[in-house]
Ligand binder design. Structure first.
Ligand code: FAD
Length: 287
């Protein structure tokens, strides 16, 4: 049981991790060493204090220098789901489980819009989790919608199970090269099916499939943590970054606009301090 789980490695997660280290918390931080595509892809950043006119890559390297200098490590794992269990939190990562007394969600928002038919057929042939649902499609035909290269490991995993994969990516350079994977560059315009997903329309063609996996950089908050209050796709928080679930805090784009580095970093710091206060209150014996 750790003090804290931090999920997400954009500026909000970086900021929370820096302060968690300063406060000597026993914490695990999930994300990726490249931190965030939304940092990497930025051209020139003019509004981050102390780093005037840096490129996205320069900002990422500056963050990494700071993290490495403090000996903070990132667990390069994707959290599939988080569950609140008896006052603590369990993060599921493939077949592993990690427990924390508190959790900070810093998962960002997905830039890609929902596909017509997606939420109607979610759980009925549409899935967000390769690990949870992949085995259901062993030997079947599936479509996989993948919005960023860092998710291709999950595509590989699915391709190892399914008979055939139609892979729809919203970017050109795809590293997957397997006989049973057909790659189309494009974002689907519809997922077909009445009571179950039966097909997908992408790049002007219609393909009949048994299931559709939508792999995005971040999933809708309520899909990640059941019971979490959200509105308009954003996690509801108060000024201390507290969510409706005790011990669960959220920071960055996932809590709403403006979508900016400095807002994300600021909220990550506030969330961390709220987590520290919560942990202290847990230690005090009840009167
Ligand atoms: P993100 O940066 O989105 O990071 C979230 C991270 O968490 C991602 O790496 C994601 O993969 C990871 N993650 C999500 N779910 C999980 C999970 N379940 N398990 C593990 N990891 C997970 N803002 C500015 O202020 N100035 C600018 O100049 C500017 N330029 C921009 C240019 C571009 C091209 C883009 C796309 C955005 C720009 N922004 C800019 C906006 C800025 O990028 C975002 O506001 C900021 O990155 C949000 O930080 P975040 O930490 O909330 O989330």
């Amino acid at each position: 049981m750790h003090d804290l789980l931090i999920i997400g490695s954009g500026p909000a997660g970086v900021s929370a991790a820096l302060s968690a280290s300063a406060r000597d918390l026993d914490f695990l931080w999930f994300g990726q060493r490249s931190l965030s595509r939304k940092i990497e892809r930025a051209g020139r950043i003019m509004n981050y204090p102390g780093l005037p006119a840096v490129t996205g890559a320069e900002m990422r390297d500056a963050f990494l220098r700071q993290i490495d200098g403090l000996g903070i490590s990132i667990l390069e794992e994707r959290v599939n789901a988080v569950y609140e269990m008896g006052g603590s939190y369990t993060a599921l990562v493939n077949d592993k489980m990690y427990e924390g007394k508190t959790v900070i969600l810093a998962t960002g928002v997905s830039g890609s819009r929902e596909i017509p038919g997606e939420s109607r057929l979610l759980g009925r042939g549409v899935s967000y989790c390769a690990t949870c649902d992949g085995a259901l499609y062993r030997g079947k035909r599936i479509a996989v919608v993948c919005t960023e290269p860092s998710l291709e490991r999950e595509v590989e995993f699915l391709a190892g199970l399914a008979a055939g994969v139609l892979l729809c990516t919203s970017y050109q350079d795809c590293s997957i090269n397997r006989d049973n994977v057909r790659h189309v560059v494009g974002y689907p315009t519809e997922i077909l099916g009445e009571n179950r997903a039966t097909g997908i329309v992408c790049g002007g063609e219609t393909a009949m499939v048994d299931g559709v996996f939508c792999l995005r950089s971040s999933v809708a908050p309520a899909a990640l943590l059941p019971g979490l209050a959200a509105e308009g796709g954003h996690i509801q928080v108060d000024r201390l970054q507290r969510t409706n679930l005790p011990g669960c805090f959220a920071a960055g784009d996932c809590t709403g606009r403006p979508y900016q580095y400095v807002k994300a970093a600021g909220e990550g710091n506030v969330a961390l301090h709220s987590a520290v206060d919560y942990l202290k209150a847990m230690e005090r014996p009840a009167k």
